[in-house]
Ligand binder design. Structure first.
Ligand SMILES: CC(=O)N[C@H]1[C@@H](OP(=O)(O)OP(=O)(O)OC[C@H]2O[C@@H](n3ccc(=O)[nH]c3=O)[C@H](O)[C@@H]2O)O[C@H](CO)[C@@H](O)[C@@H]1O
Ligand SMILES: C=C(OP(=O)(O)O)C(=O)O
Length: 430
């Protein structure tokens, strides 16, 4: 079993190239199924979730060729819309295959989504959208079936703002008959990126990036080429790394506007931020201020950044509070941070932090990708050696976590755990 080892690293400094966004890539790769010709996607990160998705694509007949960050997909060979439940459940965004295959096949069989587990991650709004477009949804033990002999445009009012269901509804409606309007839609950059991609193929999607999206269904979609947007969540985590021990980090190939609420919060805690057209530099003075973070949907502070931010706030003298309004129980990193000596506890769905106290290295377990980033940052600020298991979660989101952190001077390495050490470590998962 692999684990990541970190050592106290002092101020981190350097430049990191930010890869394409995981969450956008997963939507675009599935969306390619809707096309009637070859699609080329550029800037796709080489992460585990993309590997699983490509495997599913090949299983159903799609031709998928990966060369570095360029992925060429030929959907003309897709012969099946029955997706292996195990593969679908091994990552979150498999639900996009339901939206993308429905218009072409009229029936999709697929496993329930997996991915990071934050206690509750319903997909009722995806089903609501499919039903509104005329589909029936049948739930089974380990899979569900979505069926629609024909999809017809409709007005869909989401009960809550969800990026996943907004994207899935766009996919299903792109080739539906007539007009669909999405109300209370998510405004995330990944929604806009998916709409831009589909429009490049000939779809007619208007208003993506606002809470009302209009889709005029089209009978077919061409092929085309598209570059995925940069990963704002990886960029945010590296900027936070600059604040840990008073360092200076530049992230390049980013879209600064996608990080507005993150940058504002970093300035609030005392980091200096400089933005260029496609680069951001953060430098810490060594002194951090405690603060209040309320994670919300875009353009709010991202739920996927509240865990690395928590690692940073452990270094800020005083009391900080972190609340997650998107996934109110997303605090699996908290008991792990306590193993490193952090004074942090969860009460009434918020993490209360007493920061500015020294951390000491130890064994910890990453339960999900961002918990992993949080523990990695905490490990770089802790005295001694920190060992992080659960690397498979981290690798869902990072293509070269060790290389990119080393490039800013982090003392971090990937190691192999001797099987004989395992029994003594099972307590970590509790
Ligand atoms: C693969 C992917 O893109 N994952 C991202 C996506 O997840 P995911 O697509 O699962 O998250 P959503 O944006 O859909 O969730 C937003 C909120 O809506 C709720 N909800 C969602 C769907 C639904 O049918 N019913 C419902 O109640 C969720 O519980 C949550 O409170 O957005 C999250 C919120 O920015 C991010 O943390 C994830 O990294
Ligand atoms: C929650 C995340 O991913 P997923 O939705 O794929 O589980 C994440 O990227 O932080």
């Amino acid at each position: 079993m692999k684990y990541i080892q970190t050592e106290y690293s002092g101020p981190l400094s350097g430049t990191v190239h930010i890869p394409g966004a995981k969450n956008s890539s997963l939507a675009l790769l599935a969306a390619a199924c809707l096309a009637d010709d070859i699609v080329v996607l550029e800037g796709i990160p080489r992460i585990d979730d993309v590997g699983i998705l490509a495997g599913i694509g090949r299983d159903i007949g799609m031709k998928v060729q990966q060369e570095g960050g360029q992925v060429t997909l030929d959907p003309r060979w897709i012969h099946s819309a029955v997706i292996d439940p195990g593969k679908a459940s091994s990552y979150r965004a498999s639900y996009y295959f339901a939206g993308a295959l429905l218009a072409k096949f009229g029936r999709v069989t697929i496993g329930f989504p997996g991915g990071d587990d934050f206690v509750a991650r319903p997909i009722d709004q995806h089903f609501k959208a499919f039903r509104a477009l005329g589909a029936q949804v049948h739930l089974h033990n380990d899979h569900y079936v979505v069926e629609a002999p024909e999809l017809t445009g409709a007005d869909i009012h989401f009960d809550t703002v969800t990026s996943g269901a907004t994207i899935n509804a766009m996919l299903a409606a792109a080739r539906a008959k007539g007009r669909t309007q999405l109300h209370n839609a998510a405004v995330d950059p990944e929604v806009v990126d998916t709409a831009s991609f589909l429009n490049r193929l000939g779809a007619r999607i208007y208003g993506a990036g606002t809470s009302r999206i209009r889709i005029e269904g089209v009978p077919y979609l061409n092929g085309g080429t598209h570059s995925v947007i940069p990963d704002r969540l990886i960029a945010g985590a590296f900027l936070m790394a600059a604040g840990l021990n008073g360092g200076r980090v530049t992230v390049t190939d980013v879209i600064p506007a996608h990080l507005g609420s993150c940058l504002a919060k970093l300035e609030e805690v005392g980091l200096h931020i400089e933005c260029d057209e496609n680069a951001i530099t953060a430098h810490g003075t060594g002194t951090l201020r405690a603060t209040r973070v309320r994670a919300g949907m875009y353009p709010g502070f991202a739920t996927d950044l509240q865990q690395p931010m928590t690692a940073l706030l452990l270094q800020a003298k005083g009391k900080s509070i972190v609340t997650d309004r998107v996934f109110p129980k997303r605090f699996a990193h908290v008991p792990q941070l306590r193993r490193l000596g952090a004074e942090i506890e969860v009460r009434q769905e918020s993490a209360f932090i007493r920061g500015g106290l020294p951390l000491r290295g130890g064994w910890v377990h990453a339960t999900d990708v961002r918990a992993g980033t949080c523990l990695l940052l905490a490990g770089l600020a802790a005295e001694g050696t920190t060992s992080i298991t659960g690397v498979e979660h981290i690798e869902r989101g990072y293509e070269d976590v060790i290389g990119s952190f080393r490039s800013i001077g982090a003392k971090v390495s990937m190691r192999e755990l001797d099987a004989r050490e395992l029994p003594g470590l099972t307590h970590l998962h509790g």
